[in-house]
Ligand binder design. Structure first.
Ligand code: TXD
Length: 314
C-alpha cells in the first residue's frame, strides 16, 4: 500500500510536535517546513533519529523548499506568529493572514488533491482564508480547535469525577476563543449524561476552566502557548483522515445553513475521513445553546469582515 504523505508547515512548538506524533504512530511520511533556515531540518533530523528507539518506519524530512511537499495527502498549517508585546489582536490577524495566504498558495498548487488542516490562530477565520485561497471544495479545508477544546473538557470532567478519561465523551462547539460553547447536555460518561453525575454549579466551573484552558497555559509559559494537547488533537484528526475511520470530531468547518449559520467557519461535530468532511452533524440545540453558538460565530464573521476589508478574502 502506498504510504501516505503529510506536510506540516511551521516547525515551531505545535508543528514539530505534530510531526513527531504522526511519525511515532507511523501514520505517514512527514515533510516539516519552516521559513527559518535550519529549523525544520534540525528538528526533523532529531525526530528521525529517534526512530529505532520509538520503533517507527516513517520518514521525516525538514526543509525550506516547498518542492518537497508535492502530492501530500494532508497539509497541516501551523505557521504563524504569536502575539508579541505592543501587538494588537488585529495586528496578529493581518500578520497571520499574510502567512496563511502565502503558505496556502505554495501548498495548494503542489498538492491539488490534498486536505488542508489549519491550526494557526485566530483559527476559524484562518481556516476560512485558507479555503478561499486554495479554491478547494470546503469539505477539504477544516480547522483544529474543537478536538482540543473537547479533550480539555473531557480531562476536567474526568478529574472532577475521579474517573478514567477513557470513559468520558465531551463536546465543545463554536469558534476557538473565549466564546466557545461547551455542551454538557451532549457530554457523557460511558453514555451516562454528565448532568446526572455533576451538579450544575460544578459543571459551570468546569466549563469556565475549559474556556480558560489555553490562557492558563500561556500565563504559566509566558513566552509561548500550549502545544502538547494541540498537537495530540491535530494528530487525532490526521489519523481519522488517513485511516478513513469516519470518526465524529468537532472541527471548524464551513457552514451552509446548518445550525442556522451560513457562510462562516465554525466548530461543529463532523464525520471525518479520507475525503475530508464527510458530513456535518446537526445536534438539536436549546435556545440558549444556539444563541451561544450564534454569538461565537459572529466573532468569526467580524474577523472575516476585517480580512475582507483588507482585501484578503476576495
Ligand atoms: O487550537 C488551536 N488551533 C491552537 C492554535 C492551539 C495552539 C496553538 N495555536 C496556534 O498555532 C498559535 O496561536 C499559532 O498561531 C500557531 C502555531 O503555534 P506554535 O506554538 O507552534 O508557534 P511557534 O512555536 O511560534 O511556531 C510557529 C512557526 C515558527 O517556527 C515560524 O518560523 C513559522 O511558524 N513560520 C512560518 N513557517 C513557514 N512559512 C511561513 N511563512 C512562516 N511564518 C512563520
Amino acid at each position: 500500500m502506498k504510504k501516505a504523505k503529510v506536510t506540516v508547515v511551521g516547525a515551531g512548538f505545535v508543528g514539530a510536535t505534530t510531526a513527531q506524533r504522526i511519525a511515532e504512530k507511523d501514520l505517514a511520511d512527514v515533510v516539516l517546513i519552516d521559513v527559518v533556515e535550519g529549523l525544520a531540518e534540525g528538528k526533523a533530523l532529531d525526530i528521525q533519529q529517534s526512530a529505532s528507539a520509538e520503533g517507527f518506519d516513517a520518514r521525516i524530512v525538514g526543509t525550506q523548499d516547498y518542492a518537497l511537499t508535492e502530492r501530500s495527502d494532508v497539509i497541516v498549517i501551523t505557521a504563524g506568529l504569536a502575539r508579541k508585546p505592543g501587538m494588537s489582536r488585529d495586528d496578529l490577524l493581518f500578520k497571520n493572514a499574510e502567512i496563511v495566504s502565502q503558505v496556502t498558495d505554495q501548498c495548494a498548487r503542489r498538492s491539488p488533491e490534498s486536505l488542508l488542516l489549519i491550526v494557526t490562530n485566530p483559527l476559524d477565520v484562518m481556516t476560512q482564508l485558507a479555503w478561499k485561497r486554495s479554491g478547494f471544495e470546503n469539505r477539504r479545508v477544516f480547522g483544529m480547535a474543537g478536538v482540543l477544546d473537547s479533550v480539555r473538557y473531557g480531562y476536567f470532567i474526568a478529574r472532577e469525577l475521579g474517573i478514567s478519561v477513557r470513559d468520558v465523551r465531551a463536546m465543545v462547539l463554536g469558534g476557538h476563543g473565549d466564546s466557545m460553547v461547551p455542551l454538557p447536555r451532549y457530554s457523557t460518561v460511558n453514555g451516562i449524561p454528565l448532568e446526572t453525575l455533576v451538579p450544575a454549579e460544578k459543571i459551570e466551573a468546569i466549563n469556565h476552566k475549559t474556556r480558560n484552558g489555553g490562557a492558563e497555559i500561556v500565563n504559566l509559559l509566558k513566552t509561548g502557548s500550549a502545544f502538547y494537547a494541540p498537537s495530540s488533537s491535530a494528530c487525532a484528526m490526521v489519523e481519522a483522515i488517513l485511516r478513513d475511520s469516519g470518526r465524529i470530531l468537532p472541527c471548524s468547518v464551513y457552514l451552509e445553513g446548518q445550525y442556522g449559520l451560513s457562510g462562516v467557519y465554525c466548530g461543529v461535530p463532523v464525520k471525518l475521513g479520507r475525503q475530508g468532511v464527510l458530513e456535518v452533524l446537526e445536534l438539536p440545540l436549546t435556545g440558549p445553546e444556539s444563541e451561544a453558538l450564534r454569538r461565537s460565530s459572529e466573532e468569526v464573521s467580524r474577523n472575516a469582515g476585517k480580512l475582507a476589508a483588507a482585501g484578503f478574502l476576495n
